[in-house]
Design a protein around this ligand. Structure first.
Ligand code: ASP
Length: 328
């Protein structure tokens, strides 16, 4: 399809003109840096990105810009959706998905690797196995860095896309009861999403084995932020009242004791039978990959939103890229 004339483009996206804005050249490290109005603004831009992709597929908002996608840990969705986001905006990508084939395997430090990539690119997306790595790397950079997951710390872009999914699927966030299930200790997406939810008028139900409860430091933050939440071991206690069920994988790679992992890995499995006890309109989410926590027999249920969730992620990442590069 042909590119629409400039006058048809949304006013937030002035093709070829610098608009700068609040996030121009800013790092995206933690959801703690956002206000509710920032989140709402990101969603407005993400919706416009969705409209544009549906209408024209690819457009030239970031033409000439280069993204360095640097992943020290495996990724399917985050890496490929940032690539897709950049390419749909007309930019290009340096993919470093296998750091062991880069100078990292020669012993290069993170500060040196990111400073190298900064010479060739306009924005860096970093996934790292250590909590705090994104913040450390950002200290060495003049160009924006986006945290794509730092150990068991945060995954801010995932949390934004999770919240965007809830908004697009249900139409609102305020007033909902959101249940998070599984590995609440190591699951960085749970940590980031919980922090974002503090800005909204929601109730949160945490369901996990004793071993995988929300970490103490996060529990204290949530108490201080007045997020109404409760903790449970049994999903049946909260399933019927849940508007969203956010299921997570037990994060095998974060365990030091494999016997502990084995003892909790199959704690919960969502099946069609589980969903008979849930609301008709409940939204079932998962940041993916799943490794058995949601049976594939559930995929055809209209409540299963995890495939749509991935698509929403691309629009949110398009919005963030445009924002940090001063085009939204
Ligand atoms: N893909 C998500 C993450 O990188 C969830 C997961 O790996 O379980 O945190």
């Amino acid at each position: 399809m042909a590119k629409p004339p400039k006058s048809e483009l949304p006013s937030h996206l002035p093709l070829g003109e610098k608009s700068e804005g609040r996030f121009y050249r800013k790092h995206i490290l933690s959801v703690k840096q956002f206000t509710r109005s920032d989140v709402e603004y990101i969603f407005t831009i993400a919706e416009e990105m969705r409209t544009m992709v549906e209408r024209v597929g690819t457009f030239d908002l970031l033409k000439g810009k280069v993204l360095a996608n640097l992943f020290y840990e495996p990724s399917t969705r985050t890496a490929s959706s940032f690539t897709a986001a950049m390419e749909r905006l007309g930019g290009s990508v340096i993919p470093i998905n296998e750091v062991r084939y880069s100078s990292v395997s020669k012993g290069e430090s993170l500060p040196d690797t990111v400073r190298t990539l900064e010479c060739y690119s306009d924005v860096i997306v970093l996934r790292h196995n250590e909590t705090g790595a994104a913040a450390t790397a950002a200290k060495y950079l003049r160009k924006p860095l986006i945290n794509a997951g730092d150990g068991a710390g945060e995954h801010p872009t995932q949390a934004l896309l999770d919240l965007f999914t809830i908004k697009e699927e249900i139409g609102t966030i305020d007033g909902l009861t959101i249940t998070m299930l599984g590995d609440l200790k190591y699951g960085r997406t749970v940590h980031s999403l919980s922090r974002l939810l503090q800005m909204f008028n929601v109730k949160v139900r945490y369901v996990s084995p004793e071993l995988l409860r929300v970490p103490e430091h996060l529990r204290e933050e949530l108490l201080a932020g007045n997020l109404p939440f409760s903790e449970h071991a049994n999903l049946d206690e909260v399933l019927a009242e849940s508007d969203v069920l956010y299921v997570t994988r037990v994060q095998k790679e974060r365990f030091t004791d494999m016997a502990e992992y084995e003892s909790v890995k199959d704690a919960y499995v969502i099946t069609p039978e589980t969903l008979t006890k849930a609301k008709e309109q409940m939204v079932l989410m998962h940041p993916l990959p799943r490794v058995g926590e949601i049976s594939m027999d559930v995929d055809a249920d209209p409540r299963a939103a995890y495939f749509r969730q991935m698509e929403y992620g691309m629009y949110v990442r398009m919005a963030l890229l445009a924002m940090v590069l001063g085009k939204a």
